[in-house]
Write a protein that binds this ligand. Structure first.
Ligand code: PEP
Length: 260
């Protein structure tokens, strides 16, 4: 069964877009509008599911201006439905604003903000229960890879989610993102990426279900650009990409169209 190719753009907090900003500057209303305009005018392969994830403050603006057919993800969501949680945002508030996806478990949040596997899992459950799709990030550090712990680390991150959500993974896209490849320009080789993706699919088959193994999209993230995406996209178990830096540039469109 063919899985629909999926490409996500993670704008993070810093947005650098050539014509309006200098390198290192954060995004502005103007720069976000420019990215959206580029996407709106681009020829995008209709078979690809595209989801972009701007900083929270620009979610509404993005949804308002982005053409239909392209979706928007929040970079975070809280695990409680409502209450006094200063600074947090709920699943229902995202839904109310036309946001259909959440990006959860990114390594920057796991490491800098100390998000545990269980916390990520509880947010994933809340998002799914509330009807959002989830781009669920997992991945190992360089130290863990060198200690040959990659599969152990990744599957324990996923196990926490399986324990929380059970067997229905139909609205989860797994993003395998080796930490050493994020924002470093050091992309995993096609063999390294395919090996982990295959192991994740085998884990899904064993621990979740045959259906989850067959249908769940497993996308790769970590220094993907318009030059390296073609080879990665040919791998059997790579169903798309989560793109950071390159999602802010016009060449993001080439990554979206990597299969065409
Ligand atoms: C990311 O932040 O999810 C990411 C993959 O970043 P980059 O593409 O810049 O490595």
């Amino acid at each position: 069964m063919a899985r629909q190719f999926f490409v996500g753009g993670n704008f993070k907090m810093s947005v650098f877009y050539p014509s309006t900003l200098e390198k290192g500057q954060n995004g502005t209303v103007q720069s976000i509008k420019e990215i959206i305009e580029n996407l709106n005018n681009a020829k995008i392969d209709e078979n690809v599911e595209v989801v972009i994830s701007p900083p929270t403050i620009y979610l509404l603006l993005t949804r308002e201006h982005l053409r239909s057919g392209l979706e928007v993800a929040a970079q975070n969501v809280f695990n409680k439905p409502n209450g006094a949680f200063t600074g947090e945002i709920s699943v229902s508030q995202l839904k109310d604003s036309g946001i259909t996806w959440a990006l959860l478990g990114h390594s920057e949040r796991r490491t800098i903000l100390s998000e545990s596997d269980d916390f990520v899992a509880s947010k994933t459950k809340a998002a799914l229960d509330g009807g959002l799709g989830v781009i669920l990030c997992c991945g190992e550090s360089l130290e863990q890879r060198e200690a040959e712990k990659t599969i152990e680390v990744v599957t324990s991150q996923l196990k926490a989610v399986a324990d929380a959500v059970g067997k229905d993974w139909s609205k989860i896209v797994i993003a395998y993102e080796p930490i050493w490849a994020i924002g470093t320009g050091k992309v995993a080789s096609t063999e390294q990426a395919q090996e982990v993706h295959k192991a994740i699919r085998e884990w899904l088959k064993k621990e979740v279900s045959d259906e989850a193994a067959e249908k769940t999209r497993i996308i790769y993230g970590g220094s993907v650009n318009e030059k390296n995406c073609g080879e990665l996209a040919k791998q059997e178990d790579i169903d798309g990409f989560l793109v950071g830096g390159a999602s802010l540039k016009p060449a993001f469109v080439d990554i979206i169209n990597a299969k065409s």
